[in-house]
Design a protein around this ligand. Sequence first.
Ligand code: SF4
Length: 334
Amino acid sequence: MSSRPPLLEVTDLKKHYPIKRGLLRRTAGHVLAVDGVSFSIGDGETLAIVGESGCGKSTVARAVMRLIEPTSGTVKLEGRDITKLGKTDMRPYRRQMQIVFQDPFAALNPRMRVGDSIGEILKIHGLGNKREREARVAELFQQVGLNPGQIRNYPHQFSGGQRQRVCIARALSVRPKLIIGDEPVSALDVSIQAQVINLLMDLQQQNGLSYLFIAHDLAVVEHISHRIAVMYLGRIVEFADKHTLFANPRHPYTQALLAAVPVPDPTIRRAKQVLQGDVPSPVKPPPGCPFHPRCPSVMPHCKVDVPRQRMVGAGHAVACHLYDEQLPAAAPSI
Ligand code: SF4
């Protein structure tokens, strides 16, 4: 009996940017923006990728969408390897994956009425005649909680939260299976963030959508995600379902990120653990464990040996030498 492949399967994805120097533009090194990332997303599932700025999470989002070409690795959509597809062959897969960016103002053409921005996507994909497209735009406006009377407005006539709703409507317009949110609520006020996250969750229920949700803050993804991958300097250092990750974080970096998440209950105290220093440069990552210069539990061999991902529980993988003994290595795509 053949089992259905996951909606999205990413295996050993790498994106290395060459650094060119001198008159002859010789390659003097590489920025290891993403350095061997693997994960999968099932139907109706939300996977969050979390990490500080510069960890490579947005590069993963763009490489999955093929907005940038990966250096190596594979991206499979419903079992089909789309990594090397040309523009024309890629078109039906593009329709199945849509992206919502952090800055809705930059994502919308300021000189185009928002209804036309959405209608244009439908036209590009050959969906419906003019009247059908107008009806679909009105339906989408209602779905994302906007007044269809605003369809002829320009982007500047909306608030930040409303503009992000327009971008979500545009992403939904072609009925995708996967929406990639690249920090989709980071630029919004906290109260608006909650509204947009609730909207995304409602839309997931109504449309059976899957999400790849990129964020720099664990607090933002706590509500929306099913599973969470924590990234540091181009690699996934911990991977678990949401409840396990919040209840029992194992990697010192995840523990530090979690310590920064405010707890709404004043009777619960989290150990204070402030992250020292910045993320090191991906041009020259530290040898061994890339987190070792900032790690409170660093051991001598952490500065030499790169830790492999190991299973510390069901579906819970960690790349840290603290868990080297007696634990099996994790499967390449969790
Ligand atoms: Fe810290 Fe060592 Fe684990 Fe890296 S491998 S996170 S330095 S204990």
